[in-house]
Design a protein around this ligand. Structure first.
Ligand SMILES: [Zn+2]
Length: 110
């Protein structure tokens, strides 16, 4: 990342992700700025949306789980449990245990 500059970035520049010549300024939520080409800007936005959705789903499940198990000594070790579960879920994903439908198009209005 090249953000935090005392001088503003030029509007156009080399993509900081892939090196393409058609990068434009991309503003990150934390105030950092980089040059991203349209393809990398789209990929970055999709990655963030997918991450946020996964985090929200996990957070909701963990909150419900903690409300049930959270007071039992020796049971709650979220870091270790989530690490082990995450590793197993990733292994299952890599072996094809989940559908990989990808991004679906928006349905057309009737
Ligand atoms: Zn790029």
């Amino acid at each position: 990342m090249t953000g935090g500059q005392a001088h503003p970035l030029p509007l156009l520049g080399e993509c900081d992700s892939c090196g393409a010549a058609n990068g434009v300024i991309f503003h990150h939520p934390d105030g950092q700025q980089e040059h991203y080409c349209p393809r990398c800007a789209q990929r970055y936005a999709l990655y963030n949306a997918a991450y946020d959705q996964l985090e929200a789903g996990i957070r909701e499940v963990v909150e419900a789980w903690v409300s049930i198990w959270g007071t039992i000594p020796g049971v709650v070790d979220l870091h270790e449990q989530l690490r082990q579960i995450g590793a197993q879920v990733e292994a299952d994903y890599k072996t094809g245990c989940f559908d990989r439908e990808g991004v679906q198009p928006f349905p057309r209005a009737a």
